[in-house]
Design a protein around this ligand. Structure first.
Ligand code: ITT
Length: 193
C-alpha cells in the first residue's frame, strides 16, 4: 500500500516510515514533485488536517493523510491552538512565540497546557481521524536545547524535565504526535492484514 503524507516536512515522513513495515510506503509531496505549501486556513486543528488531506485526495486521487498540531493553554482559552506556528507573527519565530506565551501567563497560577495532534486519513475513499494529547504545564523559564517549537517551556505531566530536555525517542513515546501516529500505524497495520 502507498500513502501520501500531505506535508512538506521530510522529518515527519521519515519518522512515520521508520515505524511501518515494508508493505506500507509513505510518500511525501516532494516524492510527487509537488512543491507548494498546502493551505491551512481553517480555525481548528481538525479543519486544517482535513483541508490538507481532502486537497491531496482531490488532486492526486490517492490514499493520503495529513496532520495538524497545536499547543492549548488552559488559562489563555486554549490559545495559541491552531495558531501555534505564527502566534507572535508571520515570521514563525519559536523564540517570539514562547515569549508571548510566557508574557501572557505572567502572574497566573493556572499553567496547565496540552499539546494536541489531529491526523486525518483518507483510504479507499473512507475517512478516519486520530487524536493524540499530551498534558503538561508551562514552566516559567525556558529549559533545554532539544526539539523545536514550544518544547523548552512545556513540561509533560509526571516529569521534571521539559520536552527540550528529552531526546527524540523519549519524547516520541509520550508526545501528542507520537500517540496520534501510533494510533494511525496500529490502524494501518490492521487494515493491511
Ligand atoms: P507542517 O509543515 O507539516 O505544516 P508545522 O511547522 O506547521 O509543519 P505543525 O502543524 O505540526 O508544524 O505544528 C504547528 C506549530 O505547533 C509548530 O510550528 C510548533 O510551533 C508547534 N509544535 C507542534 N508540535 C510541537 C512539538 O512537538 N513541540 C513543540 N512545539 C510543537
Amino acid at each position: 500500500m502507498e500513502l501520501i503524507f500531505a506535508t512538506q516536512n521530510p522529518n515527519k515522513v521519515k519518522e512515520i516510515q521508520n515505524q511501518l513495515t515494508e508493505n506500507i510506503k509513505v510518500l511525501s509531496l516532494a516524492d510527487l514533485d509537488y512543491p507548494e505549501d498546502l493551505e491551512e486556513t481553517q480555525n481548528t486543528l481538525e479543519g486544517n488536517a482535513w483541508q490538507k488531506a481532502d486537497f491531496i485526495y482531490e488532486h492526486f486521487n490517492r490514499n493520503c493523510f495529513a496532520d495538524d498540531t497545536g499547543l492549548e493553554v488552559e488559562a489563555l482559552n486554549n490559545e495559541p491552538g491552531v495558531y501555534s506556528a505564527r502566534y507572535a507573527g508571520a515570521e514563525k519565530s519559536f523564540e517570539a512565540n514562547m515569549n508571548k506565551v510566557l508574557d501572557k501567563l505572567k502572574g497566573k497560577d493556572n499553567r496547565n497546557a496540552r499539546f494536541r495532534t489531529v491526523i486525518a486519513l483518507i483510504i479507499d475513499g473512507e475517512k478516519y481521524e486520530f487524536e493524540g494529547i499530551c498534558e503538561g504545564e508551562i514552566i516559567e523559564n525556558k529549559r533545554g536545547e532539544e526539539g523545536f517549537g514550544y518544547d523548552p517551556i512545556f513540561q509533560p505531566k509526571g516529569y521534571d524535565r521539559t520536552f527540550a530536555e528529552m531526546d527524540l525517542s523519549e519524547k516520541n513515546k509520550i508526545s501528542h504526535r507520537g500517540i496520534a501516529v501510533k494510533k494511525l500505524i496500529d490502524f494501518l497495520l490492521k487494515y493491511e492484514s
